[in-house]
Design a protein around this ligand. Structure first.
Ligand code: KIV
Ligand code: ZN
Length: 516
């Protein structure tokens, strides 16, 4: 039988503690709801004594979350324990998480107490917390640097006092997987009452080993892993929970463990957290990064097309990501180009693959990434590449005010016609101008990506807007560059509209040829 590993999420406590701007109560609640859907077993949602705001948000989360155990942090002080219990009172069941430094460094230079005094404080605090709940976790802060003899001693004492979970944090991310595994194995060998509790681990990532250390601890018998989504947390962060969960899943037969997590919610939860916390996810981040399931080299793309498992150990669909993406670059092979054309709806006979691939490589060398419209231009439109743009923005005027409507007026040249439009919206000036352009061109578009970056520094920096719009299942890219970011946004859309117009001409041409 597989052993169930308890997944303890601390995004809203250790993770939040490290953000530049703290989350609002409502944002924390949204994150808690996402974590509940992901089915984390325990969620640590705050440190109630630390501020009235934290107290209130723990209280409001405790009222709403029903399917994950709510937990909050407390120092080994009576007022902390009472505040934690009071904040979580609305929850049906809750956990109080106590912590106290156990390493020589922490006891002598931070807490200025003897080890015996520390042990007494821990015991008294566990007993006080037990008045409020049966579920009490005790953390030996800085366990990674605590002498093994002392660690075994305090672990035994806190289990005797009633700690139902004993957490072994590598607070400063100091240990290696072998060292950490040895700590956990030693506890299982030497602490006589160890089986009356659950051993938990909480690894920080200062040396980039948090996930490795957590998995090593599972091999040694730990039953709970603590971590934060997207690896958020103090300094270099906590063990990234999504990585831990997937590592346990991929190796479930060797580790003989399972979790209760709904894997399909991972991607969405990670995105929500990244947005609310204003912490972008690096492209190459395992599991959730933009490139985690995207294949660039021709050999890899060909391999994935033949069998996804050639270059993927996880099916992206299992974590709620609906597609596997190919970056078309000069490293892509003929197979990837053919595959993309097919995905865009073109038949084999619609274009000459050999010619297209030769032109594709030349353009990719110059341009880097190749988009759908580039492929179409190469396949069907090469001769007309230098023709005049069909749409031209002749004039625009946008008015916008705080908490009011934005109004955009435009004059768009459409071939030989002039089109004047006006749009009003409460979604801001960019949406207003996009709506006016849409009224003028009438393409049913979906804006898939909007990104604004400054191309240099200072207030006169050029704003570069990159957009991707979807039209009839194809993606079109548009770029606009201007010191005025509204103008850059408008130009990016006009750029994309021109590519769409060209592709509609290609469709007409194909239909005409098919009729002949
Ligand atoms: O890193 C740590 O030691 C902690 C404790 C409070 C568990 O966050
Ligand atoms: Zn921590």
């Amino acid at each position: 039988m597989k052993k169930k590993i308890i997944i303890f999420d601390t995004t809203l406590r250790d993770g939040e503690q490290a953000l530049q701007a703290s989350l609002t109560s409502n944002e924390k609640l949204q994150i808690a709801l996402a974590l509940e859907q992901m089915r984390v077993d325990v969620m640590e949602v705050g440190f109630p004594i630390s501020s009235p705001g934290d107290f209130e948000s723990v209280q409001s989360i405790s009222k709403i979350i029903k399917n994950s155990r709510i937990c909050s942090l407390a120092r080994c002080l009576p007022q902390d324990i009472d505040a934690a219990a009071k904040a979580m009172k609305p929850a049906t069941d809750f956990r109080i998480h106590l912590f106290l430094g156990t390493s020589k460094l922490h006891t002598s230079s931070k807490l200025k107490k003897s080890f015996n005094e520390i042990t007494d404080m821990a015991i008294a605090s566990i007993k006080r917390a037990k008045r409020y709940t049966d579920d009490v976790e005790f953390s030996c802060e800085d366990a990674g640097r605590t002498s093994l003899k002392k660690l075994c001693q305090i672990v035994e004492a806190v289990i005797d006092a009633g700690a139902t979970t004993v957490n072994i944090p590598d607070t400063v991310g100091y240990t290696t997987p072998t060292q950490f595994k040895n700590i956990i194995s030693t506890l299982f060998e030497r602490v006589k009452n160890i089986h009356q509790t659950i051993i938990s681990v909480h690894c920080h990532n200062d040396l980039g080993m948090a996930v490795g250390n957590s998995i090593s601890a599972i091999e040694a018998g730990a039953g709970q892993i603590e971590g934060a989504m997207n690896g958020l947390g103090e300094r270099a962060g906590n063990a990234a929970l999504e990585e831990v969960i997937l590592a346990l899943k991929v190796h479930e037969n060797i580790l003989r463990t399972r979790t209760n997590i709904n894997l399909k919610e991972i991607y969405k939860t990670s995105k929500i957290i990244s947005q609310f916390c204003n912490m972008p996810i690096p492209s190459n981040k395992a599991i959730i990064g933009k490139n985690a399931f995207s294949h660039s080299s021709g050999i890899h793309q060909d391999g994935v097309l033949k069998n996804r498992e050639n270059y993927e150990i996880i099916n992206p669909k299992n974590i709620g990501l609906n597609h596997c993406q190919f970056n078309l670059t000069s490293r892509s092979g003929r197979a990837a180009v053919k595959h993309r054309m097919k995905e865009m709806g073109y038949q084999k006979n619609d274009f000459n693959l050999n010619e297209l691939y030769t032109d594709f490589l030349k353009l990719a060398d110059k341009k880097g990434q190749i988009f759908d419209y580039d492929l179409e231009a190469l396949a069907f439109f090469k001769r007309q590449q230098n023709t005049e743009e069909y749409y031209k923005l002749e004039y625009f005027d946008v008015q916008s005010k705080l908490s009011g409507l934005s109004v955009a007026s435009i004059v768009l040249i459409c071939g030989s016609q002039t089109n004047i439009q006006k749009a009003t919206t409460s979604n801001g000036p960019v949406d207003a101008i996009y709506q006016a352009l849409n009224k003028a061109t009438l393409y049913p578009l979906v804006l898939k990506k909007f990104s604004l970056t400054a191309n240099s520094e200072g207030k006169d920096a050029l704003g570069k807007v990159d957009i991707v719009v979807q039209y009839k299942n194809r993606n079109f890219h548009g770029v606009g560059l201007a010191t005025d970011i509204i103008e850059a946004s408008a130009q990016a859309m006009v750029n994309a509209l021109n590519y769409i117009w060209k592709s509609t001409q290609v469709d007409k041409e194909i239909k005409r040829l098919n009729k002949q």
